[in-house]
Design a protein around this ligand. Sequence first.
Ligand SMILES: [Zn+2]
Length: 298
Amino acid sequence: MVETTKHNFLKNRCDVAFIKTFYQKLNQYYNIAFGELNSQIFQFDLQDFCSRYKFSVLKSYNALQILEKEGILSINYSFSKRSMLVISCSENEIYELVNTSYYKHLLQLILRTYGGITSYPTSIDEYFLAKQLHWSRSQVVKSLKELHKQEIVKYNYKNMFPELQFLMAREDDYTINRIARNIKQQNTLKYDKLKSVLSLIRNSEECISSQILRYFGEIDTKPCGICDVCQRKNTTKMTSKEISTKILNLLKDNQLSYVEIVEHFPYQKEETTKMIELLLENNKIVVTSQEKFQLKNS
Ligand SMILES: [Zn+2]
């Protein structure tokens, strides 16, 4: 595990040559000409940028950190611009809708989560709502836009991309050459940056690229398949047959609660839950009076 982290770190380390390419592409991305200082504030969509130029998310994130640290650009992650929502239809109408509408689950959740939303515009978090509903964020956004169209809510949508601003004129290699020594120095302080990236990772069960992209406002991402988390998940994935055998083995000597069983399958909670249900159904295991599971014949 430590070895893959190290390996990935080295793979995602930005050398001077990469920073030069990255910086050039970044200027290209915003159509900034050589020698120009455009001090406009840009919305930065990291995923779009990375897929356009075929850069790794993690490596690009590192490159941005370096450019910011060196004062070449600034990047502002404070998502002050949240979407605002207020329910604009009458109380009777909303009562009707939360029981019958196609959007009832969304509406119920909004009413439960944001007190006062029927009276005044409230800032909402589409990502949070999506998580609760097991929807994608874009599904939530689409639904709210639809409700807006139907005049049930007033929805002022804001995306959450961080803001990027160039602080120096574009001079390509020359810009980077001035900081080349610092980049080399920083790269020898290997783990500092690794730590700063890891500190942003709140959750050790979700793809690291996805987590970084969320930080950059992009919500509906697929696991990258190459980060530590993805690699660990891929190597620990068990088939349902293996899960079933392991559960039965665990219960050979002990009665175990649901939580105690599931903690043996940290990356496959859902599959494990389903398997427990199936084993119960097939009378392979039973529930004791203490709400623990045991083998049927023990
Ligand atoms: Zn990943």
